[in-house]
Design a protein around this ligand. Structure first.
Ligand code: COA
Length: 392
C-alpha cells in the first residue's frame, strides 16, 4: 500500500511507511482498498483519534491518504470507499470524522463540512529575533530533554482544555511521538522550563523554506507565561536565521498567547488563505450522549424547560431539558423541532457557524425560542483547533 500511495501522491513509499510507524494507532485494518487484478486502484486510511468536544472526549475517525490511480478515476471508487469508511466508523462507535483537504467540494457531497479555520501567522525571522531582548535570562529557551516530558504534557493539556477537536494525548501517544522525534532531529523542539515546570514550548519543522511552528503550548494561568512566550518567539527568530531561513510561520489558534505577541511584532495573518479542515457527524445521538455533561454546563444558568428534536436530513435526536438536566429521549417522543442540514450541525459543534447565525442566514427551520436554546447548547468558549503535529 505504501508504494501505491507513493505512486499516486508522488512521494517515496518510505514517507508513508514512516508516518505509519509514528502513528500510535496504526493498524492495517484501518486501510480500505479496492483492487483490480490483484493491485490496489483506490484506497484510504482511517486514523482513529480521541478528540475533545468542549470538556468531553469522543472518538473520531480521521480520513487520510484517499487516492485513486489516475487511470481509474471518476468511476465512483473513492466515493464507495468513503461510504464504507462511514459505515465502519459508525459500527466502531466513532461519532465524528475529521479530514484536511484542498478539494472540499468533493467531500461536501458526502456531508463533511468546513468547520474549523486554519490559523497561521507569518513574520520575518529577523523581525522576530530582534524583539524580546529585555527578557531575563531565567526565561531563556533550550532544546527539549526527555525528563521534560511530563511537564510538557501538562502544558499541552492546559493549552487545550476545552478546545474542540484538539487531540487527547495519552502518555503512550506522547511517548511514540517523542520516540519518533528522538530518532530524528530534536533541535526543533524548544522549551522554557522553570523549576521543572514547562512555561512554554514550541515544536518546529522546516517547510517551504520557512521555519514552521506546528505546535506551541504554555501555562495560561502562570504570570511567567508572557515573558516566557516572548523569549520563545525571539529564540524561534534566531533559530530560523541560524538555519538560513528568512521567514517563520506559526500555526496557533487566535486565543493563544503567541498570537497577540506575533501581531505586536509585525506578523501578518494568513490564516484563511490555505487549507481546509472538515468534519462530519457520524452518529448524532451517540455524539450528544457523549457530550451531555458539557451541554448541561452550558445551559445550567438558563432555566430552560423544553422537549426538542434536533433533526437533519440524515439523523435526529430528541432531548428533554428540565431544571438544568438534559435527557436523550426515545426519538419518537418529539417536541419542538430544530431542523438544519447535517453539515450545518457539524459547524455548530465547533462554533464555526452558531445556531443564531445559521438561523439568520436561513439555514435553520425552528421557532426563535428553540434557536435560543440550541444556541446555548452549542456555545463554544475556545476556538476549535487541530494542531498540525496531530495531522494525518
Ligand atoms: C480525489 C480522488 C481520490 C477521487 O477519486 P475518484 O475515485 O475519481 O473519485 P470518484 O470517482 O468517487 O469521484 C466522484 C466525483 O468526484 C469528482 N472528483 C473526482 N476527483 C476530483 C477532484 N480532484 N477535484 C474535484 N472533484 C473531483 C468527480 O467529478 C466525481 O463527480 P461525478 O461523479 O459527479 O462526476 C482522486 O482524484 C485522486 O486520487 N486524486 C489525487 C489524490 C488526492 O487529491 N486525494 C485527496 C486528498 S484530500
Amino acid at each position: 500500500m505504501f508504494k501505491f500511495w507513493g505512486d499516486v501522491f508522488g512521494y517515496p513509499a518510505a514517507y508513508f511507511e514512516t508516518l505509519a510507524k509514528r502513528d500510535p494507532w496504526f493498524e492495517s485494518q484501518n486501510i480500505l482498498a479496492l483492487s483490480s487484478d490483484g493491485r490496489p486502484i483506490s484506497a484510504l486510511q482511517i486514523f482513529p483519534k480521541l478528540v475533545r468536544v468542549g470538556n468531553c472526549s469522543v472518538m473520531a475517525g480521521g480520513i487520510g491518504n484517499l487516492a485513486t490511480l489516475p487511470e481509474c478515476r471518476r468511476r465512483g471508487h473513492a466515493t464507495k470507499l468513503l461510504e464504507k469508511a462511514i459505515q465502519i466508523m459508525r459500527g466502531r462507535g466513532y461519532v465524528l470524522s475529521i479530514l484536511f483537504t484542498g478539494i472540499p467540494h468533493f467531500y461536501r457531497r458526502l456531508k463533511w463540512e468546513m468547520a474549523s479555520p486554519e490559523y497561521e501567522y507569518l513574520i520575518s525571522a529577523r523581525k522576530l529575533s530582534e524583539g524580546g531582548k529585555d527578557i531575563p535570562s531565567t526565561f531563556w529557551p533550550r532544546i527539549f530533554r526527555t525528563e521534560d516530558s511530563a511537564s510538557i504534557m501538562q502544558a499541552y493539556d492546559c493549552t487545550n482544555r476545552g478546545r474542540t477537536l484538539s487531540v487527547v494525548r495519552s502518555r503512550e501517544c506522547w511517548q511514540r511521538q517523542l520516540d519518533y522525534n528522538l530518532s530524528e532531529d530534536l533541535s526543533g523542539f524548544i522549551v522554557i522550563q522553570m523549576h521543572q515546570t514547562t512555561l512554554a514550548y514550541a515544536r518546529c519543522t522546516k517547510s517551504q523554506g520557512r521555519l514552521e511552528v506546528i505546535e506551541a503550548g504554555y501555562r495560561p494561568n502562570s504570570p511567567d507565561a508572557r515573558p516566557a512566550c516572548k523569549a520563545l518567539l525571539t529564540c524561534l527568530g534566531e533559530r530560523a536565521l541560524e538555519m538560513n531561513l528568512k521567514e517563520v510561520s506559526v500555526n496557533v489558534p487566535p486565543d493563544h498567547i503567541l498570537t497577540g505577541q506575533l501581531i505586536d511584532r509585525g506578523a501578518i495573518d494568513i490564516s484563511r488563505m490555505r487549507g481546509n479542515s472538515m468534519i462530519r457527524i457520524i452518529d448524532l445521538s451517540g455524539l450528544i450522549k457523549k457530550i451531555l455533561p458539557d451541554l448541561k454546563t452550558r445551559i445550567s444558568d438558563a432555566h430552560f424547560s423544553k422537549r426538542l428534536t434536533i433533526r437533519t436530513e440524515e439523523e435526529h435526536v430528541s432531548l428533554q431539558i428540565k431544571d438544568g438536566e438534559i435527557r436523550v429521549m426515545d426519538p419518537r417522543e418529539g417536541g419542538d423541532r430544530y431542523e438544519t442540514g447535517h453539515r450545518v450541525l457539524a459547524q455548530h459543534l465547533t462554533g464555526y457557524v452558531s445556531p443564531k447565525e445559521a438561523f439568520q442566514r436561513g439555514l435553520v427551520r425552528a421557532e426563535p425560542s428553540i434557536v435560543k436554546i440550541v444556541d446555548s447548547l452549542f456555545r463554544t468558549v475556545l476556538p476549535s483547533y487541530v494542531w498540525k503535529s496531530d495531522r494525518f
